[in-house]
Design a protein around this ligand. Structure first.
Ligand SMILES: [Zn+2]
Length: 1039
C-alpha cells in the first residue's frame, strides 16, 4: 500500500509555500525535484515521448540495486524545504542503500537438486522429504477482532444547502429547515473543561503552524508541553480505563462542558447523522443520470445509486476529490487546512448500463501529446489557427497538429469531428499504445497466473489444499478474457511448497504432470521453462490430473515449516524467463520459519502498545522483502497472499510485497473448511475474475499552479512522479495529494489528467486516460461548499495509517483532531453568519466529518489497545492504503439494517439506521456489514415465529453456535434476508463471513465494536463526546 519507504517519503516536509498546516502533516510528500516542468520551460521536460514508460529492470536478481540518487538523502533540502522534521520512515532508507542480498550471500553448498520424475509423483514426493518430526499444529489463538467498523459517507449537501448548526445541549439548528432559535449552549469552559492545553492550540487562528505537531510530524523536544487531548483518558482515543460496555453515549469523565447536569444527554437525533445524509442524497439524486459536463461539479455520494454519462470529465467512479473547488492560493489552502487530494481508481468497475471505455487507435503514430508537458490529447486542448495548432490546457504550450490529425473547426471553434473522437469529447478513454510504450520496444506477452500452494501440515490437515485444488478446476475455466475472445490468453502455472518448492510441468503433450523439486531456497531458480506456464485450455487434462494428485501426494506430510520469500522469488524468476507480467496466488498457512531468505521470527510484543515504539509493530522487517518488492514491480509481478494463520505471522512483513505490487492480503484465522471454506472461495473467485491491468505506470499531470505531491496506494515509487503498479485491479485506488505551486486562476480552473500505461489481460499495451477539471476560487466558502467528506476521510485514513509507521499513535490521533477542529473553525470564522459562540456550526458538506473522524480514530490501527491482535491491526492498515472512497466510507461507518419489521415484498432493502446501540431493540434483528465483517444480530426477545422462519428452530436457545450461513427455507422472510445478504456479498470487493450473534452472548462484543457512534470497547469516544470535544476545540481556536 503505502510506498512511504520507496517514495522518498522521507522526512522532508516539502517546501510548499504556505501549506504548512498539513503539509508536513501527512508525511510530507516526496521531494519533487522534477516538477519544474509543470508550467515551466519546455526544456525542463526532457522525457522522451514514452514519458511514462518504465525503465527496464536494471539490477539482476541478487545484485544490490544501485543506490538511489541523493535526492533522498536526508540532508538535502529541496526547494528550500525544511530540514527533517521527523525520522525517516523505516522503509525508505532501504532503497536508498544497496540492500543486502540474501540471495547472493547465502551460497549454496551443493547444486540445487533438481529431480525430474514422471508418473509416480507420490513416490517422488517421498524421496524429497526429510521425514521431520511430526509437529502438532500451533495452538489456536488470536481472538482477532474483525476489522473495525466502517462509516458511511457523509454527504455533501448541495451547494445552496445551509450549514448544519447545532447548539450543543439543544436541538440542532440545521439551517432554515431547522428553524428555531439556537439554544444557547452552556459555556464550554466550565471547570471540568480545564484540560491540559491542546497542542498547537495557543496559536492565533489562523496563523502559522506551530513548531509542534502541526501535521504528522513528530513534535520536537520543544513541543513538550502537555498535549492535552490524549491525556484526557477516556473518550478521545486515549486508552480507557477499561471497557465500559454499558455506557454508550455516556459522558464518563467527559471533557465535559456540556450544558447542565452531565446526565442530560443530547438528543442523539439532534446531531448530524450519516444515515440521514445518505438517505437524503439517495432521495435527491438516486436513479438519476449524472452528466460530467460541468467543471467543478460535486458528484452524488458514493452511497447513492446513480448512473454516469461521460461528457468531458472522468466519472466519479474513476476520480473523486476532497473538494471540487481548489483555493486559488496556497495561503488560503493553509488557512483552511482542508486537504486537497484526488482519489483515483483507474480500473473501477462500471455498471452494465454505462459504456465501457473506448479504445482510440492512432496506428503507428501513437497518441497525440503536448510536446512540452506530454499530456495526452483530451477535451482541455484548445484548437486554434483554423485547426492547425492546439494549445495545451495543462502547460499552455502551442503545438502543431500533425497532418494526419488535422480537422477543420466549426463556427464554435470546435473540431467538426468532436463527437467522433473520444479523446476530444470524453473524460475517460484509452489509447492503443505503440511499441515505444513497451518494455524493450517489444509487444508484451500475455500475463500469467501462478498458483503457489503451501502443502505443509496445517494446510493439508485443514483440508485447505484439497479445497483449493478442487476449486481451481472450475475457476480456471473462468479466467478473465478480452471482450469478444473465446478463451483467456492468461497462462497458468503451479507450484507447491513447504520448506522446498515443487514446480510442475503441465505441458499439453504430457500424459502425466511432472514434478521438479528445488530444495535450495537460497538460490531460487525455476527448473523448467517449457511446460511450466501453459494455456489452460490446451493443458486442461494434465492440469486436472495434477490437481487431483496434489492433495494425495502430500497427505502424509509432517512438514510444518515453510518458506515465503523464495516462493515469491520463484514467481518473479518464472515471469522473467517467460518475459511476461502476471500474478502470484500464494496460499500460506504460517509464518515462514524455515531456514531461508526472508525467514521471520515472532516479534509481536503487546508491551509496545501505547508506547513510542508501537510503530515498530506496523513496520515491515527490512531487507529481503523490500528487494523483492522492487524486483516484482520491475517485472510486473503482482502478489496476492491468502493467509490461514492460527497464530501471529508478522503480517506487517508478509504483507509488504503484496502491498507494493497492487496485490491483496486475505486472512482466515483458524481456518476450517466447514465454516470458512465458502468464505475463502468467494474471495478467491472474486479475486481471480477481477478486471485487472498489469505492469502499470501512472502519471498525474496538472495544469499550472498546482501539482501532485504525494501518493498513497498499493504502489511503488521509484521516483517522484511515476506511480508504478505491478498490477492494478478494479478495487485498487491511489490517493493523490495536491499542492500549490502558484496562484490558480478562477477563470481557467484546475485540470488533472491521470494517464495509466498498462498491459491488458491479453497482452495489449494500452494507455488509459482520465481527465477531471475543478473550479478555483478565492472564496473559502466556495471550497467548503464543494467538499466531499467521503473523499476527505479516505485521505485522512491513508495519511494517518502511513504516519503511524513513523510516529507515536497519540500524535497521529491528536493531529487528526486538531485538523478537524481547524477546518471547522476556519469555516465558522470565515464563512458562517455570526452567531452565538455556543453554537456548533458545521459546513453542510462536512457536517458528518466528525462521525467519520471519530470512527477512524477508534479503528484498530489507531486505537492502541492491547486487546487487538497485532496482525489484525497491520492487516487493516495495509488494506485501507489501497482502498477507494466507497470502501473507506463503508469501513468507517458500517451499514446497520433492521430486518425484523421490513416489508418482505419490497424490492429494496430496508434503510440503514444509525450505528448505535440505541437503534437496537430487544425484539429486533439487524444485519451489520462494513465490507469486511458481517453480523446478524438477534435481540434476546426476538419473536419465535421470526426465529422459526429464519432458522427453522423454535427459539433462540436452539440455535447452534458457529453458523455461518442461513438455512434455505421456503418462506418470504428467509428468502428476503438471504437475498439481502447475497446482494451485499456480490457488491463488495471482499467476501464477508456471516457471524450470527445473540444479544448478551459473549460474541456480541465483536459486534458492538462496529457500533461506531458509541463509546468503543477498546477505548475511543462516542460520537457525541467527540463532537463536544471538537466543539470545544473550535471555540478555543476562535478566541
Ligand atoms: Zn502541455
Amino acid at each position: 500500500m503505502s510506498q512511504q519507504g520507496y517514495v522518498a517519503a522521507p522526512p522532508y516536509s516539502q517546501a510548499q509555500p504556505g501549506m504548512g498546516g498539513y503539509q508536513g502533516g501527512f508525511g510530507a510528500g516526496p521531494a519533487q525535484p522534477l516538477y519544474g516542468h509543470y508550467g515551466g520551460q519546455p526544456q525542463a521536460f526532457t522525457a522522451p515521448p514514452t514519458g511514462i514508460m518504465k525503465s527496464p529492470v536494471s539490477s539482476a536478481a541478487g545484485m544490490p540495486p544501485p543506490p538511489l540518487s541523493s535526492q533522498y538523502s536526508p540532508n538535502i533540502q529541496q526547494n528550500g524545504a525544511h530540514p527533517q522534521r521527523y525520522p525517516a520512515p523505516p522503509a525508505s532508507s532501504a532503497y536508498g542503500q544497496p540492500a543486502p542480498s540474501p540471495y547472493n550471500s547465502m551460497a549454496s553448498q551443493a547444486p540445487p537438486p533438481t529431480q525430474q520424475l514422471t508418473n509416480q509423483m507420490s513416490a517422488m514426493n517421498m524421496g524429497n522429504y526429510a521425514p521431520g518430526p511430526m509437529q502438532s499444529p500451533p495452538p489456536p489463538a488470536m481472538g482477532q477482532p474483525p476489522m473495525p467498523p466502517g462509516p458511511q459517507s457523509p454527504l455533501m449537501s448541495p451547494p445552496q444547502s445551509p450549514p448544519a448548526t447545532m447548539a450543543m445541549g439543544g436541538p440542532p439548528m440545521a439551517g432554515p429547515s431547522m428553524a428555531g432559535p439556537p439554544m444557547a449552549g452552556p459555556p464550554m469552559a466550565g471547570p471540568q473543561m480545564a484540560g491540559p492545553p491542546m497542542a498547537g492550540m495557543g496559536r492565533p487562528f489562523p496563523g502559522p503552524p506551530p513548531p509542534g505537531p502541526g501535521g504528522f510530524q513528530q513534535p520536537g523536544p520543544g513541543a513538550a508541553g502537555p498535549l492535552g487531548y490524549q491525556q484526557q483518558a477516556g473518550p478521545f482515543g486515549g486508552p480507557m480505563t477499561g471497557p465500559q460496555p454499558g455506557m454508550p453515549g455516556g459522558f464518563p469523565g467527559a471533557p465535559g462542558g456540556l450544558a447542565g447536569p452531565p446526565q442530560k444527554k443530547l438528543d442523539a437525533d439532534s446531531i448530524p447523522s450519516i444515515t440521514q445524509v445518505i438517505g437524503e442524497d439517495q432521495e435527491r439524486q438516486g436513479g438519476q443520470v449524472y452528466s460530467t459536463n460541468v467543471r467543478g461539479q460535486v458528484p452524488p455520494l458514493v452511497t447513492t445509486d446513480f448512473s454516469v454519462q461521460d461528457q468531458g470529465n472522468a466519472s466519479p467512479r474513476f476520480m473523486r476529490c476532497t473538494t471540487y473547488t481548489l483555493p486559488c492560493t496556497a495561503d488560503l489552502a493553509k488557512q483552511c487546512q482542508v486537504p486537497l487530494a484526488t482519489i483515483v481508481k483507474p480500473f473501477a468497475s462500471l455498471p452494465k448500463n454505462e459504456t465501457p471505455l473506448y479504445v482510440v487507435n492512432h496506428g503507428e503514430t501513437g497518441p497525440i501529446r503536448c510536446n512540452r508537458c506530454k499530456a495526452y490529447m483530451c477535451p482541455y486542448m484548445q484548437f486554434i489557427d483554423g485547426g492547425r495548432r492546439f494549445q495545451c490546457g495543462f502547460c499552455n504550450c502551442v503545438n502543431e497538429v500533425p497532418v494526419h490529425y488535422f480537422q477543420h473547426l466549426d463556427h464554435m471553434g470546435r473540431r467538426v469531428d468532436f463527437y467522433e473522437r473520444p479523446e476530444l469529447s470524453l473524460g475517460s478513454y484509452e489509447f492503443a499504445a505503440t511499441l515505444e510504450y513497451c518494455k524493450n520496444n517489444k509487444t508484451p506477452n500475455p500475463p500469467a497466473y501462478i498458483f503457489m500452494i503451501d502443502v505443509s501440515y496445517n494446510n493439508i490437515k485443514s483440508g485447505l489444499v484439497k479445497l483449493i485444488c478442487e476449486e481451481l478446476k472450475t475457476l480456471l475455466e473462468n479466467l478473465p478474457r478480452e471482450e469478444g475472445t473465446e478463451s483467456s490468453a492468461i497462462k497458468v502455472g503451479f507450484v507447491t511448497y513447504n520448506k522446498i518448492l515443487h514446480f510442475y510441468n503441465v505441458k499439453s503433450a504430457l500424459a502425466q504432470p511432472q514434478m521438479m523439486v528445488v530444495s535450495d531456497t537460497a538460490e531460487m531458480f525455476v527448473p523448467l521453462l517449457d511446460g511450466f506456464l501453459v494455456n489452460y485450455q490446451e493443458s486442461r487434462a494434465v492440469i486436472f490430473n495434477l490437481l487431483d494428485q496434489i492433495p494425495d501426494m502430500f497427505a502424509d506430510t509432517s512438514e510444518s515449516e515453510t518458506v515465503f520469500a523464495p516462493v515469491i522469488q520463484a514467481g518473479v524468476e518464472a515471469f522473467k524467463a517467460a518475459e511476461c507480467s502476471g500474478k502470484l496466488f500464494i496460499f500460506q498457512s504460517s509464518m515462514p520459519t524455515a531456514d531461508a531468505p526472508g525467514k521471520l521470527k515472532n516479534r509481536d510484543d503487546k508491551k509496545l502498545v501505547n508506547t513510542e515504539k508501537e510503530k515498530t509493530l506496523f513496520q515491515p522487517q527490512k531487507g529481503v522483502y523490500e528487494q523483492l518488492s522492487k524486483e516484482c514491480v520491475a517485472q510486473g509481478c503482482c502478489v496476492d497472499l491468502f493467509l490461514f494463520p492460527s497464530q501471529y505471522v508478522d503480517l506487517a512483513t508478509m504483507g509488504d510485497v503484496p502491498s507494493h505490487t497492487g496485490g491483496s492480503v486475505y486472512k482466515y484465522n483458524n481456518f476450517q473448511v466447514e465454516t470458512d471454506g465458502e468464505h475463502f472461495l468467494r474471495d478467491l473467485r472474486k479475486d481471480i475474475q477481477k478486471s485487472i491491468g498489469f505492469d502499470a505506470v501512472m502519471r498525474v499531470r496538472t495544469s499550472t499552479g498546482f501539482r501532485a505531491t504525494d501518493f498513497f496506494g498499493a504502489v511503488y515509487m521509484n521516483n517522484t512522479t511515476d506511480i508504478e503498479m505491478a498490477a492494478v485491479d478494479c478495487d485498487k485506488a491511489v490517493t493523490v495529494e495536491l499542492k500549490h505551486d502558484d496562484t490558480l486562476s478562477e477563470e481557467s480552473g484546475a485540470l488533472m489528467q491521470c494517464a495509466l500505461l498498462y498491459t491488458t489481460i491479453s497482452g495489449q499495451r494500452r494507455l488509459r486516460v482520465h481527465n477531471l477539471s475543478l473550479n478555483c476560487s478565492s472564496q473559502l466558502m466556495e471550497l467548503y461548499k464543494s467538499c466531499e467528506t467521503d473523499s476527505l476521510i479516505n485521505f485522512f485514513a491513508k495519511s494517518a495509517y502511513r504516519a503511524i509507521l513513523n510516529q507515536p499513535l497519540k500524535n497521529v490521533r491528536e493531529i487528526l483532531v486538531n485538523q478537524t477542529a481547524h477546518m471547522l473553525a476556519c469555516y465558522r470564522k470565515n464563512c458562517a453568519n455570526p452567531s452565538a459562540a455556543s453554537q456548533l456550526i458545521l459546513p453542510s458538506a462536512m457536517k458528518v466529518l466528525p462521525v467519520y473522524m471519530n470512527s477512524l480514530m477508534k479503528s484498530a490501527p489507531l486505537v492502541g489497545s492491547t486487546e487487538l491482535s497485532t496482525d489484525e491491526r497491520a492487516h487493516q492498515r495495509l488494506s485501507v492504503m489501497a482502498m477507494g472512497v466507497e470502501d473507506t466510507q463503508l469501513l468507517l461507518y458500517p451499514r446497520l439494517i433492521p430486518l425484523h419489521n421490513m416489508d418482505t415484498s419490497s424490492e429494496a432493502p430496508p434503510a440503514p439506521v444509525r450505528c448505535s446501540e440505541e437503534g437496537l431493540t430487544d425484539a429486533g434483528m439487524f444485519l451489520l456489514e462494513n465490507g469486511h465483517s458481517m453480523f446478524l444480530w438477534l435481540g434476546q426477545a426476538s419473536p419465535p415465529d421470526l426465529i422459526q422462519s429464519l432458522f427453522n428452530v423454535p427459539s433462540l436457545s436452539h440455535l447452534q453456535g458457529h453458523m455461518s450461513s442461513l438455512p434455505e427455507l421456503d418462506n418470504p422472510l428467509s428468502k428476503k434476508v438471504r437475498s439481502i445478504i447475497s446482494e451485499v456479498q456480490d457488491k463488495r470487493p471482499n467476501s464477508m463471513k456471516l457471524q450470527i450473534v445473540r444479544q448478551r452472548d459473549k460474541p456480541e462484543m465483536l459486534f458492538r465494536q462496529f457500533l461506531v457512534e458509541d463509546k468503543s470497547l477498546h477505548g475511543g469516544a462516542s460520537y457525541m463526546d467527540f463532537l463536544t470535544y471538537v466543539h470545544r476545540e473550535i471555540r478555543q481556536l476562535l478566541t
